[in-house]
Design a protein around this ligand. Structure first.
Ligand code: PGA
Length: 253
């Protein structure tokens, strides 16, 4: 019991949010201070343009700031990219790596994702490493093979419960309103726990395993109750304080 990690509910804003959206961040911070997230830790991963502002608003609160990607190098001639060190400097504590949208849009491989996760850890950030199967792969019964291969190939050196979070995000569930059944999530998360324990030994019990893909206030309680689900990575429903806190409320006693 005592080894159960503190849950994390992280919002991935993707390419959404102008300065006007910062009022949602203040509302999330205030709701968290009022105990609305129960025992869960919260993180908001806005677009890079808002990281410093979000970090400023959340300073001294229980809400952390995260980024959505980082470059594998610390600095250099990489126009348009941001290093993990820069994100940390801007106030981020977390960075998402290997999101399926980046694997697709930017052709990121698991090897590239590993290099990014290692850069994140070296910079003192916690990497939120995303894995997940496509609809075709699920229908072909390949889910555990695909997810296992992603974990194996993208597993960063220096991983620990403090430096690494895994997010299981079935691609077909992202932004579609579809979710796997609790039994399907349970199967993947039990597998992930075994894999993480194999790679990290006893420390593996402390690594947080998030579920992501169409998490909403209406399904959060059921999904968060699944064994080995230690929180959520939330896209669309993280854009308003009302919905995001409605999800975090799954961790209120
Ligand atoms: P969604 O996105 O909650 O909008 O499905 C989740 C994610 O992509 O992290």
């Amino acid at each position: 019991m005592s080894t159960r990690p503190k849950p994390l509910v992280a919002g991935n804003w993707k390419m959404n949010g102008l300065k006007a959206a910062l009022s949602e961040v203040s509302a999330i911070r205030d709701a968290a201070a009022a105990g609305e997230a129960g025992r869960a830790e919260l993180a908001i991963c806005p677009p890079a343009t808002l990281i410093a502002a979000v970090a400023d608003i959340c300073k001294g609160s229980s809400v952390a700031t995260g980024a959505q990607d980082c470059h594998a190098r610390e600095s250099g001639a990489h126009t348009g990219d941001l290093s993990a060190t820069m994100l940390k400097d801007a106030g981020a504590a977390y960075v998402i790596v290997g999101h399926s949208e980046r694997r697709t849009d930017h052709h990121e491989t698991s090897e590239m994702v590993r290099a990014k996760a290692e850069a994140a850890i070296a910079a003192g950030l916690t990497a939120i490493l995303c894995v997940g199967e496509s609809q075709r792969q699920r229908e072909a019964g390949e889910t555990l093979t695909v997810v296992g291969e992603q974990i194996e190939k993208s597993w960063p050196k220096g991983a620990s419960p403090d430096s690494l979070v895994i997010a299981y995000e079935p691609i077909w569930a992202i932004g579609t309103g579809l979710t796997p059944t609790p039994a399907d999530v349970a199967e993947v998360h039990a597998f992930l726990r075994r894999e993480v324990e194999r790679l990290l030994g006893g420390q593996g019990t402390g690594v947080r395993l998030l579920y992501g893909g169409s998490v909403k206030p209406s399904n959060a309680r059921e999904l968060m109750a699944v064994p080995h689900v230690d929180g959520a990575l939330v896209g669309g429903a993280s854009l308003t304080a009302k919905d995001f806190m409605g999800i975090a409320a799954a961790y209120k006693a």
